[in-house]
Every structure is written in structure tokens, then in C-alpha cells.
Design a protein around this ligand. Structure first.
Ligand SMILES: Cc1cc2nc3c(=O)[nH]c(=O)nc-3n(C[C@H](O)[C@H](O)[C@H](O)COP(=O)(O)OP(=O)(O)OC[C@H]3O[C@@H](n4cnc5c(N)ncnc54)[C@H](O)[C@@H]3O)c2cc1C
Length: 389
């Protein structure tokens, strides 16, 4: 349970002991599980029956099924090919904040996706499973420019054959897992290895058109093997890995990255970034800063840059990827319709407001206050250049 913040006291509910796999039905291709089952644990059990979930997040080694559903389950490995978790849920058994138990199916499930525990607790999940796919083929290309990288990505995502995994990153992030051999930016794409379906010729012509260079078979294979670790590795080399995650249409990713690169240069921040394709050609884009929290001016002003990036993302039609205590301030700007829907649902499911208050539908501070705070921090940081930290 990583996101528990009982900011006003209260009870933290640890879901992890609810970790039973209740049924694996090979014939009808479904599985029934409790919410505390980890993706890795379930994958291992399914594998024994030559089955798989198809999609999972890069935090799959420790993250649990209930947690990912409550976070939306849209942007993981496998989602471009199989769809998001929503497309796999056959039913959800939930207990609302009002104590009423319900079994949700079809569109009724939607309200519990992105609900972040504010409506009630998911206590049983029935999911579709697939025949396991054992063979994958990966291709990695190096690019010199962000435009080249992002234009190639947009073209690849418009091909009929969907990848199972598509990742982009800069050389700073690569340094900690699979250092780049060619170019400054990498695009790695993995397909299910059914030879007639891999669009090899299209990949060649698209990447060639945008000045991408194929790196090597060995590098490409390693990229797929490191799919769980690429995001985590920089953490071992810094006091704090500050990051903000965005949900962006793929066509808008280049504008975000160009802006972030310009902040990297103008503010000298130790920035790095990573993106992973989700379902519906949207990308989970992660902008990071390697920083020491003890240098609080640098720390706060770097957070201010991520705040500016969020304002840009919202303007471009994107928004925060997950909504926690911190990102709830962006709900009204990024997702106003969803906010209204969630406020109504909160009234209905949790009339006493006992489930994860101060998240999603309400928050402890306002956007304006945070905006001013970050503006001041960045002004002080500029001043500190002259007077010292
Ligand atoms: C390094 C890293 C990599 C990540 N990679 C991806 C990725 O590839 N794709 C992606 O989509 N996301 C990714 N994420 C974010 C992702 O959403 C979480 O990793 C994960 O899915 C949340 O699961 P958890 O077990 O950590 O849940 P927690 O953090 O414990 O909970 C998440 C939220 O769900 C609520 N919740 C938990 N269980 C229940 C339940 N049973 N009923 C109701 N509410 C519940 C909690 O209250 C909380 O609000 C990543 C995060 C990190 C830190």
C-alpha cells in the first residue's frame, strides 16, 4: 500500500493480505482474485496454466490489482495491444463508504476506475485472461532530435499492427539501465512475434524518414528485458527522484518534451524523462528531476517547473496521470467533467465522506495558492544565484 496518507488521522486499510487467487478458469478464460494480489504473483500462477493477463504496469512486481484499477489501469505494458484494464474487467465486487455491497458489470465499472479509494473498497475482481504469448520482437532506434523521435512515434502508433510496448526516453535516463549507443533519444517498440504481423518494412521507412537509426539487436532485446526497471534505476543514484506523470495524446508529446528540454537548459536542472504508450494512443509521460531535498530552494523551484509543465499539459489537452493528495488541485482544470461526475458519485457512495477524504473531489489547498508559491520559489531561486543558497 504505497499511497496511504492519513493526513487527519483515521484508519489505513492494508489490502495486501487480501491476496488470494480464488479461481482460474482455463476453459472460459477468466480469473477471480482478491484485490491485494500482485500482478507478478498472478502472472506466475497464470503461466502455470499457459495463460496471461496481457497487460500490466511497470510497477507490477509490487503493485496490486485493486490499486491499479483504482488508478485507472490505462497506461501499462501490453495496453496498446490488449487495451486497458477496463477492457479486461468482467465484474468488480465493491463495498461503498455507506457499507452497501454491490457487484458492478459493464459500464457501471467505470466510476471505480480512477476512483483512488474515495468511493469504497474493491474486494473481488473477475478478469479476462489470454493464451500466453511467449515470443516478442523488439526494435530500438536512436534519434538526434525530439521532433524526429516524436514524429516517428506518431507514425508508428497509426500503423494497423499495434505494439505490445512502446517506450521513449532521453540519454540521461538510459544512462542508468541501457546506455544509448546512437543518438540522444531512444524509441523502443516491441511486437508479439507473429512474423507476418510485425510491420518491419513500415518501421524501417518511418524511422528512416525521421532520421532514426536502428541501434542493435542486443540493445533492443535488453530494452524489453528491462521494461520493469528502466523507470526505477535512476532512483538508486540520487537523494530524491522527483517526478510528475502526465497523460498526453501522442501528437502533443513533442511540445511537452521541447519545453522540458528548454527548462533543463535555462534552469540547469538535472532532468530526465520517460514515456510509455497506453491504450488509445495516449502516453504516460514521466518528467523527472534528480535532486537533493536538503537543497530546498532548488527542490521547490524544480517542483515549480513540473507545475509549469502541468499547466502546459492541460493547455495541450492532457493532464495528470494519477490523482493523489498532490494532483487533486489539477482536477478542476484538467478534468472538469470527471470532477463533477466524481463529486456526484462521492455523495452517493460515501455520504459521510469517510473514504480517502482530501483526494480527487476535494483538496487541502487551492490551485492559485500553489501557483503563487511556485512563482515565489522560482523568483527566490533566481535571486539565490546572486546571494547563494
Ligand atoms: C515506478 C512506478 C511505475 C509505474 N508504472 C506504471 C505503469 O506502467 N502504468 C500505470 O498505469 N501506472 C504506473 N504507475 C502508477 C500505478 O498506477 C501504480 O504503480 C499502481 O498501479 C498502484 O498500485 P498500488 O498497489 O501501488 O496501489 P496503492 O498505491 O496502494 O493505491 C493506489 C490508489 O488506489 C486505492 N486503492 C488501492 N486498493 C484499493 C481497493 N482494493 N479498493 C479501492 N481503492 C483501492 C488507494 O486508496 C490509492 O488511492 C507506476 C508507479 C510507479 C511508482
Amino acid at each position: 500500500m504505497s499511497s496511504s496518507s492519513p493526513s487527519r488521522g483515521g484508519i489505513s486499510l492494508d489490502i495486501k493480505p487480501m491476496n488470494k487467487i480464488l479461481e482460474i478458469n482455463k476453459e472460459s478464460k477468466f480469473v477471480r482474485v482478491e484485490p491485494g494480489v500482485t500482478f507478478e504473483g498472478l502472472a506466475n500462477e497464470l503461466e502455470k496454466q499457459v495463460l496471461a493477463l496481457g497487460m500490466y504496469q511497470s510497477s507490477a512486481k509490487s503493485a496490486v490489482i485493486g490499486g491499479w484499477i483504482a488508478c485507472g489501469g490505462r497506461g501499462g505494458i501490453g495496453t496498446p495491444f490488449y487495451g486497458g484494464l477496463k477492457d479486461h474487467i468482467l465484474s468488480l465486487s465493491v463495498i461503498g463508504g455507506d457499507g452497501v455491497v454491490k457487484v458492478l458489470e459493464g459500464d457501471d465499472i467505470d466510476i471505480f476506475l480512477h476512483s483512488y479509494g474515495i468511493l469504497g473498497v474493491i474486494f473481488e475482481i473477475k478478469l479476462k485472461v489470454h493464451e500466453i504469448v511467449r515470443e516478442y520482437k523488439s526494435f530500438s532506434y536512436g534519434f538526434r532530435t525530439i521532433d524526429g523521435l516524436c514524429n516517428a512515434m506518431v507514425d508508428i502508433t497509426s500503423l494497423e499492427t499495434r505494439p505490445i510496448y512502446l517506450k521513449i526516453a532521453d540519454d540521461e535516463l538510459q544512462k542508468y539501465s541501457n546506455p544509448l549507443e546512437i543518438g540522444k533519444y531512444v524509441l523502443s517498440v516491441t511486437y508479439v512475434d507473429v512474423p507476418s504481423e510485425i510491420p518491419l518494412e513500415d518501421l524501417k521507412s518511418i524511422t528512416g524518414k525521421h532520421d532514426g537509426v536502428y541501434i542493435s539487436d542486443e540493445f533492443s532485446k535488453k530494452e524489453w528485458e528491462l521494461r520493469y526497471d528502466a523507470e526505477f534505476n535512476p532512483k538508486e543514484h540520487t537523494e530524491t527522484l522527483m517526478f510528475q506523470e502526465f497523460w498526453m495524446p501522442v501528437e502533443k508529446v513533442s511540445e511537452m518534451l521541447l519545453k522540458y528540454e528548454s527548462y533543463r537548459r535555462s534552469h540547469g536542472i538535472p532532468a530526465l524523462w520517460f514515456g510509455m504508450l497506453g491504450s488509445h494512443n495516449e502516453m504516460r509521460l514521466e518528467l523527472m528531476v534528480m535532486i537533493d531535498a536538503a537543497q530546498y530552494l532548488k527542490f521547490i523551484s524544480s517542483k515549480g517547473i513540473l507545475h509549469k509543465m502541468m499547466k502546459k499539459a492541460i493547455k495541450l489537452g492532457g493532464g495528470p496521470y494519477t490523482i493523489g493528495l498532490q494532483n487533486s488541485i489539477y482536477m478542476s482544470r484538467a478534468y472538469p467533467a470527471r470532477l463533477t461526475e466524481m463529486q456526484e458519485a462521492k455523495e452517493k457512495w460515501d455520504p459521510s465522506g469517510i473514504m480517502n477524504p482530501d483526494r480527487v473531489t476535494s483538496c487541502l489547498t487551492s490551485f492559485r495558492r500553489i501557483d503563487v508559491l511556485f512563482w515565489l520559489a522560482s523568483a527566490f531561486r533566481r535571486l539565490s544565484k546572486y546571494v547563494g543558497e
